[in-house]
Structures are given as C-alpha cells and as structure tokens.
Design a protein around this ligand. Structure first.
Ligand code: ACO
Length: 457
C-alpha cells in the first residue's frame, strides 16, 4: 500500500533566479499528489512549460478515478467492471451527472424525461437533408449539437446564476436528442427515411430501432445486442481529463452554453489519436488484409516507420498496462459474435495482432497495450453499425461524462476562464522596411483628406 501523503506537511520548493518559493501540495482521495503552482508567476515571474500536459492537472474532480499503472477505472467510486456487469447506461449517466445512483423513483423519472425529450424539432430534421451524402457523421453530429442552441436558446447566453433546472433540462435534452441525431445522420447517409423514437423502448433498444428498422423491414431487437451496447456505452461514459473532455471544459470556461461546449468535445473526439481510433483500427485491419494478411510484416512496418505509422487501438497516455475497458470489450466481443453466430475473420486478425504486439520488445518497452478502441469496432461491425459511425457511438457513450465535467467546472468556486500562457520564441521587435509599407495604406489617408477638403470647399 502506498504511503499517504499529508497535505499539511508536504510542500514543494522551487528556486528560480536565486529566489526559493515554497508551494502547497494537494493530495487526492487516492493519494495522487499535485504541486499547487497557482502563485508561481506572481512570486517568480516564471511559468511552467509542459507540451501535451504530461504533468499538468487542470482541475480537481470528483467524477472519475483512474490509475494507469494498475489499470483501475472508477466512476464516482464504483469500478467500471461492476457498473458494466450490473447497470444500464442510463443509470450510469445519471450517476455521472448527479453524483449518485438513482433510486427506483428517480430511475423512473429519468427514463420518462429521456422519453419526453427524444424528438428533435421538425425544422432541425430538415437540416439533415442539406448535408452532402458523403458527409462524415461526426461533422454532422457536431453541427447538429451546436444547432440545438438555436432551437433551444434558453441557455445560449450562459450566466453564472443560471437556474439549476435550466441546466438539468439542457442536459436531459442533450442525452436524449444526441441518440436521435446520431440515428438520423446514419439514415440520411444511406438515403432511408428517418425512424422516430418510441417511448415504449428503453434507451439502447430505442437507438437500435431508429438505426435499423425501416418501413418495409422492422428490426428485431435482440437482448444480447442491447446488452453489448449498454456495456460499450458504459465503458465510454467518462475518462477524466482527456482531449475531448478538456475541450468541453476549456470552451465551457468562456461561459459557453452546454450544447456548444459538447459540440467542441465531439470535434476533438473525432481525431484518429483519440476517439477516431476505433474507425482507424478497422481500416488498419482491412489494410492488412489488402496487403496479403501478414500481421508480422505490418507490425515490422510500424516499428521501422519511426512513429509515422501506428498500431491503432494500441497505446494510451495514461494506461501503462492493459486498459481495463479493453479487457471487458474483448470478452464482450467474443460473446456477441458467438450469440449472433458471426464469424468475422477480422477478429482472428485482431487477436493475432494483439498476440504479436504483446510479445514484441518494441511494444513492451513502450508499454503499448490494447486500448478501448481496439475491439469496440468489431462489436459495432457485428451488430451492423458502419465504420463511419464508430466514433459517433463513442460520442454517445461519452456524453454523460462531458455533461458531468461541464457541470462540475461550472459549480466550482474556482471556475475561471482557461487561458494558458506561452513562451514567445519569434523574432524580437523590428520595423517594416520601406518596400514592405503598403501603398494602399499610404493612399487611404490622402483620399480621405481630399474628400474632406472637397466637402469643405
Ligand atoms: N503504435 C506504434 N507506436 C506507438 C503507438 C502505437 N499505437 N503509440 C505510441 N507509440 C510509440 C511512439 O512512437 C513513441 O515511440 P518513441 O519513444 O520511439 O518515439 C512511444 O510509443 C511513446 O509514444 P507517445 O506518442 O509519446 O505517447 P503518447 O502518450 O503521447 O500517445 C497515444 C498516446 C496518442 C494514444 C498513442 O499511443 C497513439 O497514437 N496510439 C494510437 C492511436 C490510438 O489508438 N488512440 C486512442 C487512444 S484511447 C482514446 O483516446 C480514446
């Protein structure tokens, strides 16, 4: 057991230009230690420089705990393994947003609120038709989410004294409508009519029905598929401070409304180094098949590319061991494929790739293990979700986390505009050479002067 650091006695000292300053130390509930350098610039004139924020905490948070060395992930104290086995996604969303599991009555109320807000404005529905058919659904998702602030403008000027109820309604709307927007963007991309949400169906079943049923062919909702989707969404629901969540917090710190802040998070998530990696994994596996199916030579190519080529779905900034989410997703992948009697040769390829990487010194030395994105795409494929939609599925899952983080930041008394500093390394002060002075700028005052003189005359 790690020795507990005492915030009363632990301090940190830093000497800058001969001046030594003592800084307080903050200790988290799991003994994580941070040096509070809030006074650094005032006391020493210096700032910190930390590319990629490898050592920088941007907030204190009571939402998610993760230990990258031990492979631990907990939401509000509950291990994700337990939540994935025993809860539904909407309950976990409630937990993240409200800080506790709902009781029976709250669960009922939450479900009916989600039903109540599941439709989108008919004018908004028409906006979908304006996108080209090749539009990536993540672009559509982000644009439609920010558009919610035009259709539901109550929150568009975020004020610090915003009534709690308005925030709750916006959060509920977003939770429910994102699912409808996601399904509509898929239907639009395949040219099929939209399927409206149904109040008799639960969250995941409702989503699957909107995605896959059509006027000519009703969709059979299979409990194994609903269960797998619940597990996937739960495992994506929050992951403390990461690229998209920090984008939500950063944009929100300018007092931007929830819809616009979440839209920024969706854009950040789209990147192939972040949530977009789930699409990249399947494209990588397809690429291996196209090149003749040799996993070994693909892995060798990655190793010799000097960081230009990556094994997508491998590696993580924080996990230096097997991502606990990937463990559960791998298991779930086997069960879903078995239940649906799907024989996907891509799963065999993924297993071979994992096995080779986990026995290769290059990957071992760099602590590169499968992450949440490695196996998730294979489950999506098995249940019929096309690869362009994989990151949309990630966004659906991550939404409660973004909402919880946005709310927590707003409720924090230290809520401040996030504005990093920089070290300027450009040229020192200089003046324009005569040949660089624009003649148009030179003429403008003359023209103005002439017009003025004419008027006077
Ligand atoms: N394949 C091959 N080499 C890798 C990989 C990978 N997937 N990831 C890292 N490396 C190598 C780097 O080239 C670097 O090698 P070097 O020391 O010889 O220069 C070393 O491992 C350290 O990598 P960094 O890029 O410094 O690690 P960082 O913490 O910045 O990156 C990241 C984390 C971005 C996730 C990285 O592992 C990666 O690009 N993975 C592939 C994309 C991916 O799966 N992203 C999803 C992450 S989970 C999520 O965001 C939801």
């Amino acid at each position: 057991m790690k020795k507990k650091t005492s915030p009363e006695t632990a301090t940190a000292q830093l000497t800058v230009n001969g001046k030594t300053v003592t800084f307080p130390v903050r200790v988290g509930s799991e003994n994580e230690v941070a040096i509070d350098i809030s006074r650094l610039r005032k006391e020493t004139g210096a700032i910190t420089l930390d590319y990629g924020y490898l050592n920088t905490g941007s907030c204190e948070s009571a939402i998610t705990y993760l230990d990258g060395e031990e492979g631990v992930l907990r939401y509000r104290g509950y291990p994700v393994e337990e939540l994935a086995a025993k809860s539904r996604f909407v309950e976990v969303a409630y937990l993240l947003i409200n800080g506790r599991m709902p009781d029976a009555q709250e669960r009922q109320q939450w479900s009916s609120l989600l039903n109540q807000h599941s439709m989108i404005h008919e004018d908004m529905r028409r906006v979908f038709y304006q996108y080209p058919e090749y539009a990536h659904p993540m672009a559509v998702l982000s644009a439609m989410v920010v558009s919610l602030s035009t259709f539901y403008p109550e929150l568009s000027q975020h004020r610090p004294d915003e009534p709690e109820e308005a925030i709750t309604i916006a959060a509920t709307r977003l939770m429910s409508k994102l699912r409808t927007i996601a399904a509509f963007s898929y239907k639009k991309s395949i040219g099929e009519p939209f399927v409206y949400p149904r109040s008799d169906l639960k969250y995941c079943a409702n989503f699957l029905n909107m995605m896959f049923s059509s006027p000519v062919c009703p969709y059979e909702i299979r409990p194994e598929v609903v269960k797998a989707l619940n597990v996937l969404l739960i495992l994506h629901a929050d992951h403390e401070q990461n690229c998209s969540t920090s984008a939500v917090r950063l944009v929100g710190s300018a007092r931007v409304n929830l819809y616009a802040s979440v839209s920024a998070g969706i854009c950040a998530l789209w990147g192939p180094l972040h949530g977009g990696a789930n699409q990249m994994v399947v494209e990588m596996l397809e690429d291996i098949i196209r090149r003749g199916g040799s996993v070994k030579s693909y892995v060798e190519g990655v190793k010799t590319s000097k960081g230009k080529e990556l094994l997508y779905g491998f590696g993580h900034r924080v996990y230096k061991t097997y991502d606990p989410r990937a463990k559960i997703i791998k298991q779930s992948c086997h069960s879903v494929l078995k239940a649906l009697k799907v024989n996907d040769s891509m799963l065999d390829l993924a297993l071979e790739l994992e096995d080779i990487a986990l026995h290769d010194d290059y990957f071992l030395a760099r602590n590169l293990y499968p992450n949440v994105d490695f196996y998730s795409g294979l489950i999506y494929r098995a249940i019929g979700i096309p690869r362009e939609m994989f990151t949309v599925m990630f966004a659906l899952g991550r939404l409660p986390g973004w909402i919880a983080q946005w709310k927590e930041a707003r409720e924090d008394a230290r809520f401040k505009l996030q504005r990093p500093r920089q070290i300027y390394v450009g040229p020192p002060r200089r003046n324009l050479a005569p040949e660089h002075v624009s003649s148009e700028v030179d003429e403008a005052p003359r023209r103005k002067h002439t017009a003025h003189a004419k008027r006077k005359a």
